[in-house]
Write a protein that binds this ligand. Structure first.
Ligand code: AMP
Length: 209
């Protein structure tokens, strides 16, 4: 299964991708995670993209496409993959179309007010990457990951200014992909509001399970 999770930041793509990965045993490829790892490791790529991520803008297409193309050539993608956060522009979608054939694109629909509330309360484990929310999905112990005991942190782009910029960028650059994939008969709309369990049940129905 080759599947794209499309939708604004905070729509729940990463959370659903995590569950999907466990259920189907296929890799989750998150461009945001790849960029954050490059920044943490202070690689050349990381140095180039840090200020772009902090500002909530998009990394240039050539860099992003090259990164994904390389990742998709790894052997663990032979049974499929979940793309989370890629493509985010029409040129990225066109590039992907040139090097692979997809099965499905899920369009997560969540209203802005809910997105802002989700992103402002999001906390991420610095060790295993697990995502929490201070109100909706709190860890058992404040600031500590339930799974691995790592320290939880707030992403530097989960601040009010970056959140507004990311939503604006989504509207301008990424939303046109809805029409792009709808024309190709690959798009399925998912109501992404509600608890993780409720959204996951809806998601499985869309997949036909
Ligand atoms: P995410 O973790 O998906 O919210 O992505 C975090 C940030 O990484 C975005 O705000 C962008 O700055 C950058 N990024 C992630 N994916 C892409 C992409 N496909 N194209 C360009 N920039 C991206």
């Amino acid at each position: 299964m080759k599947i794209i999770l499309l939708g604004p930041p905070g729509a729940g793509k990463g959370t659903i991708a995590e569950k999907l990965k466990q259920e189907y045993n296929i890799p989750q490829i998150s461009t945001g995670d790849l960029f954050r790892a490059a920044i943490a490791n202070q690689t050349e790529l990381g140095k180039k993209v840090k200020s772009i991520l902090d500002a909530g803008e998009l990394v240039p297409d050539e860099l992003t496409i090259a990164l994904v193309q390389e990742r998709l050539s790894a052997p663990d993608t032979s049974n499929g993959y979940i793309l989370d956060g890629f493509p985010r522009t029409i040129p990225q979608a066109e590039a992907l179309e040139r090097f692979d054939t997809l099965d499905m694109v899920i369009d997560f629909r969540v209203r802005d007010g809910i997105i802002i509330e989700r992103l402002a309360g999001r906390r991420v484990c610095s060790s295993c990457g697990k995502v929490y929310h201070i109100k909706n999905m709190p860890p058992q112990k404040d600031g500590v990951c339930d799974t691995c005991g790592g320290a939880l942190y707030t992403r530097t782009d989960d601040n009010p200014d970056s959140i507004q910029q990311r939503l604006k960028t989504y509207r301008e650059k990424t939303e046109p992909l809805i029409a792009f994939y709808s024309e190709r008969k690959l798009l399925k709309a998912l109501d992404g509001e509600g608890s993780v369990e409720v959204v996951w049940e809806r998601f499985k129905k869309l997949l036909g399970n």
